[in-house]
Design a protein around this ligand. Structure first.
Ligand SMILES: Nc1ncnc2c1ncn2[C@@H]1O[C@H](COP(=O)(O)OP(=O)(O)OP(=O)(O)O)[C@@H](O)[C@H]1O
Ligand SMILES: [Mg+2]
Length: 260
C-alpha cells in the first residue's frame, strides 16, 4: 500500500513561495485501480512526480508498505516497484527501444518478451524494437513505448500521467483493454492513472479529485463519478453561459466567445 501523509510541495517563483500541493493525505491500497482527476493546474502531475520520486515533498511523508520512502530517488523507488509514465514522455537520444525496455525491466529482457509488451500497446513490435528513442517517433508512438516500459517493470505501483494524451481513437479503445489486462496480471500491485477521460474514470475502483493543490473528493467510483460529470471538480477552463464544456467542440466554443 502507498500512503501519503500530510504531503505539501512548495516552489519558489518570481512572486515568492508558491504552494502547489497542500497537506495531501491519500492511501492507495494494493490491487486497487485508482484514477486521479481534476481541473488543469490542480496539482495532479506534481503529485505523480512526488510519488515517483522525481521531486521531493517540502513537507510530509510517503510510505510504501509502511516503509518511509520520502527520501528515496526515482531509481531506488523504481527498484521497490514504483513505475512511472510521464504526461510528456522523454526522448532518450542514442537509446533503442529494446534498451529502454531492458532498463525499465531491470533485467536482461529477451527481445521476444519486449515484443510482447510492445504488441500489447498496439505497436507492430518488430518495426520498433531497434528504433532509436528520438524525434523521429511520433508523440503517440512514444507514449505507447513508455506504457510498454511500465508494463515491463511488473510493478507494485504503476503510475500513468494522462496515458491517453496523443493517442488516436482506435488505440484509445486498446488502451482501456491494456489497463484492464494490467489490472488482471498485476496480482498484488495497484494502478494509479491521472486522466480527464470519462472512459478511464469508468474502469476505476476509486476516484480521487485534486483541485487547487488539495484532495477535494475521494471515494469508490460508483459514488463519485455520477456527481463528477459537469461539476466544478471536473471543470475545464472553457465555459459557456456558466456551463463547463468538455470535448472536441470546446475550442470552437471559446473562439465564438472571443468574438462576442
Ligand atoms: N516549478 C514550478 N514553478 C511554478 N509553478 C509550478 C511549478 N511546477 C508546477 N507549477 C504549477 O503548479 C500547478 C500544478 O501543476 P500540475 O502540472 O501538477 O497540474 P495538473 O493538475 O497536472 O494539470 P493538467 O491537468 O493541466 O496536467 C500549475 O499551476 C503549475 O503551473
Ligand atoms: Mg498534469
Amino acid at each position: 500500500m502507498l500512503e501519503l501523509k500530510n504531503v505539501s510541495y512548495q516552489v519558489e517563483d518570481e512572486l515568492g513561495q508558491k504552494e502547489i500541493l497542500h497537506d495531501v493525505n491519500l492511501k492507495i491500497e494494493d490491487k486497487k485501480y485508482v484514477v486521479i482527476t481534476g481541473p488543469n493546474g490542480g496539482g495532479k502531475s506534481t503529485l505523480a512526480k512526488l510519488i515517483a520520486g522525481i521531486w521531493k515533498p517540502t513537507a510530509g511523508q510517503i510510505l510504501l508498505d509502511g516503509e518511509d520512502i520520502t527520501d528515496l530517488g526515482i531509481t531506488e523507488r523504481a527498484r521497490k516497484g514504483i513505475g512511472y509514465a510521464f504526461q510528456q514522455p522523454v526522448r532518450f537520444k542514442g537509446i533503442q527501444v529494446l534498451d529502454l525496455m531492458r532498463i525499465a525491466a531491470g533485467k536482461n529482457l529477451s527481445a521476444a518478451a519486449a515484443c510482447e509488451y510492445l504488441s500489447e500497446v498496439g505497436l507492430c513490435a518488430k518495426d520498433y524494437i531497434n528504433r532509436e528513442i528520438n524525434a523521429s517517433l511520433s508523440g503517440g508512438e512514444l507514449k505507447r513505448i513508455e506504457i510498454a516500459t511500465v508494463l515491463a517493470r511488473a510493478t507494485k505501483l504503476s503510475v500513468f500521467d494522462e496515458p491517453e494524451a496523443g493517442i488516436d481513437l482506435w488505440s484509445f479503445q486498446n488502451l482501456i483493454q491494456v489497463f484492464q489486462s494490467i489490472k488482471k496480471r498485476n496480482a498484488g500491485g495497484s494502478i494509479l492513472i491521472i486522466s480527464h477521460q470519462e472512459r478511464i474514470l469508468g474502469i476505476a475502483d476509486e476516484i480521487v479529485v485534486i483541485r487547487e493543490g488539495q484532495v477535494s473528493t475521494q471515494g469508490p467510483k460508483d459514488e463519485i463519478l455520477p456527481g463528477l460529470i459537469g461539476s466544478a471538480d471536473a471543470t475545464m477552463e472553457c465555459r459557456k453561459n456558466g456551463i463547463p464544456h468538455t470535448g472536441s467542440d470546446e475550442k470552437e466554443d471559446c473562439r465564438e466567445e472571443d468574438q462576442e
